[in-house]
Design a protein around this ligand. Sequence first.
Ligand code: AHR
Length: 496
Amino acid sequence: MPAKITVSLQDLSVEIRRELYGHFAEHLGACVDEGLWVGPNSKIPNTDGVRTDVVEALRKINPPVLRWPGGCYADDYHWTDGIGPRESRPRRVNIWWGQNIECNQFGTHEFMRLCELIGAQPYLAGNLGSGTVREMRDWAEYCNFAGDSTLARQRSENGSPYPFDVKYWGVGNENWGCGGNFNPEDYAIEYRRYATYLRDYGNSKLFLIACGPNGNNHEWTRRFFTKYGIPDPFANARLHGWAAHYYCGTAGTALQYSTDQWYELLHKATYIETLIKEQRALLDELSPHQKIGLIIDEWGTWHPPTPGRHPQHLWQQSTMRDALVAALSLDIFNNHAEKLTMTNIAQTVNVLQAMILTEGETMLLTPTYHVYDLYQVHQGARRANVQIESNEISFAVGSERRSIAALHGSASVKENVLTLSVVNTHASLPIEAEIVLEGASLDEASVATLAADDITAHNTFDDPNRVAPQTHNITLGNPPRYSFPAASVTVIRMRL
Ligand code: AHR
């Protein structure tokens, strides 16, 4: 079948919220310590203790929001450990990730400084599993209260007279697992109790996020909302966001996979579309009176432990396959932008599907970083409708056969420029497609392509630019056609 991409500009009513391009950083392995934070006395160049090279790289991809301090770590984190003079902060055992000693040098103020440096909104994940209602309520007052309370004074003494105005608050993390092993009914009761005491202060209107399902688990969502009911509007128990987690996992290992395993993982990544459609429909059915925001605050690849690295530090390489997972997922988020409020890829530096890997003083940008860089033009743009016709590629998973479409993509318009992003999943063949633009004509375009000569291509500290985008200008011809390289991500931009 000849491939065809049809872009319609008829309906540009949906905005692709910037928050669909969010990030997540946990005290896990070398994500925070080493990756983001080296401390003000480090010989690694830093700004108030935060790595300058990492800040500069992250700033370039325009991160809208950063979630912290976990993950599983969030439900064993006590925020008061991370404020005040650094030399007197306690040393705690990170029970989830290799029993590392957490020295709490990077706490609330350091996180807010990082967010300021990279231009992201903070998203704090509160501790419901091992914390108290009072502890979470106090954290909100400490961060957001502008008046003259003891906690606001303490914040001021610690260097921040002005409130941080934190909008996004997670009320626990994975409470069906590491966040307390609750059943949905018991978590619903706990959620109501916690949310009751989390208040808006001044102009800071909180956006409270409840722990949603593991993957697309319908039962967790159905049973939670059945128990939660419709809160009495006077009860102050608010729920604004519902956060699912979806790790597409792996096939083979981070660096070693067959062509079938290449397709297998890309196919697993596309399941996030089913999750979005089904969880959105469930929220609309179970809580029809409030438009609860669907969030995916952890997603990405998760490969087997890297030989030579601590298995609980989740350090992994990121290849072209991870880049295509990111691009397919972001295209799905764009195409379903009206159903989503936020997503956060896991995790920012040195952990899972990272943007950046660091080693001592050096760092490298992963292929996934380059996808976020190329796709940032979709942030805050108006979504355009895209229909794609292309061949299905058949592949084997054990004795079964499955298939995945060759071409995927999404489009948006911002400042009179149309952006069309396209993923060619075919491991070895370029695919030529006709591009039909309904409602405008096509001619000159700029094209940025992320491709490599090998499906396992990745960047290393010895060869940090092996995978990097190439940009050029093209004339699309009449009828407009473009040949998308094998195993690639392409972003075409045209002035309308
Ligand atoms: O991102 C790593 C871990 O994955 C997080 O701590 C947890 O929430 C999830 O299981």
